[in-house]
Write a protein that binds this ligand. Structure first.
Ligand code: COA
Length: 333
């Protein structure tokens, strides 16, 4: 008689999609009181991708999804669920995920968005993990997609230099295995007491959208940069160690870290605390800036495609974002 093996959640394909348009620090120097040198030294960013008219979280997300499906050898009609992690949805409603579903022809999938800003992708993975490990679903698409450029105050040098646009996607499959493979565990947290630390204050629920609110610049990102920096280093380290401990693993077992790409100095500080050699840490913010919820899946896809993540590697994802929200996931690739 066949023994019933535990359900695992395995990433079987990754994909990403970036806007063509590149905006360099030198471009920003022309309109902003900043310098390429300051941005490089304080953030590590050299250039970022910015969406053109017609590009949006759903168009970038759908293309990233198609690429992930191709890599996984999966057909759109076999997807059970689409989770789009975005804080820059195409419209207020319906969800961006429904546009993606239509675009890729995932006819049987249930599709919805989640809002956890930069932490969105790790939160999304955590949801997919539960559905796959419980045996409820077979195939789930998790997409991180953002057009942060639409929420920037292009006169605020302390924020607009940091962000960029793009999308990344993964296909997760239920797999029965004795061995602990795939997504080993995910650990996610929120602290609404610090909601104002990173916020786009303009909304739709507290007050009707008004010309005045737009003129008062409420529909752009406001950030307490230094406070966010400090809490990011602390929480990303803490939650990473928690994920390792939960799986009876140690820092020494890690092969690759894919951190959220907010600031090179945050990544270096976290890597130092985890005693990770920089060769094991994936960094692409020099080319992309902070792409919010898309940052980890894009970095993951690039790392897979460039062979920096290989079968059986122990991979750590770690992030902090607005909310505040933070989380980590451990994957046996
Ligand atoms: N160009 C030139 N000077 C700039 C600048 C820019 N783009 N942005 C800020 N400055 C100036 C400030 O005005 C300040 O000048 P002052 O000393 O005359 O007042 C000086 O640089 C230092 O500012 P400060 O905010 O202390 O810089 P910092 O080293 O903390 O770097 C951030 C600012 C935003 C890059 C950094 O705090 C950061 O990355 N924070 C975390 C961001 C983050 O993770 N966000 C997203 C999480 S998802």
């Amino acid at each position: 008689m066949n023994k019933h093996l535990p359900n695992r959640a395995r990433i079987t394909g990754t994909g990403s999609c970036l806007p063509e348009r590149i905006v360099t620090n030198l471009d920003l120097e022309k309109t902003l009181d900043t310098s390429d040198q300051w941005i490089r030294e304080r953030t590590g960013i050299i250039e970022r991708r910015i969406a053109e008219k017609g590009e949006s979280s759903s168009t970038l997300g759908a293309e990233a999804a198609r690429r992930a499906l191709t890599a996984a050898g999966e057909k759109p009609e076999d997807i059970d669920m689409i989770i789009v992690c975005t804080s820059t949805p195409d419209v207020i409603y319906p969800s961006t995920a429904c546009f993606v579903q239509r675009e890729i022809g995932a006819s049987k999938a249930v599709a919805y968005d989640i809002s956890a800003v930069c932490s969105g992708f790790v939160f999304g993975l955590s949801i997919a993990e539960q559905y796959l490990k419980s045996g409820r679903y077979e195939t789930i698409l998790v997409i991180g997609a953002e057009v942060n450029s639409r929420l920037m105050d292009w006169t605020d040098r302390s924020t607009c230099i940091l962000f960029g646009d793009g999308a990344g996607a993964v296909v997760l499959k239920r797999e029965e295995s004795e061995e602990p493979v795939g997504l080993l565990s995910s650990h996610i947290y929120s602290d609404g007491n610090r909601a104002e630390m990173l916020i786009v204050p303009g909304g739709i629920g507290r007050e009707t959208i008004s010309r005045q609110a737009v003129e008062d610049n409420l529909y752009t990102l406001k950030m307490e940069g230094q406070a966010t920096f400090k809490v990011a280093v602390k929480k990303m380290t803490e939650v990473s160690l928690e994920a390792l401990e939960h799986n009876n693993l140690t820092k020494e077992n890690l092969n690759v870290v894919v951190p959220h790409q907010a600031n090179r100095r945050i990544i270096s500080a976290v890597a130092e605390k985890l005693k990770m050699d920089s060769s094991k840490v994936i960094v692409n913010l020099d080319k992309l800036g902070n792409t919010g919820g898309a940052s980890i899946p894009i970095a993951l896809d690039q790392a897979v495609k460039s062979n920096r993540i290989k079968r059986d590697d122990l991979v750590l994802l770690t992030v902090l974002g607005a909310g505040l929200t933070w989380g980590a996931a451990l994957i046996r690739w």
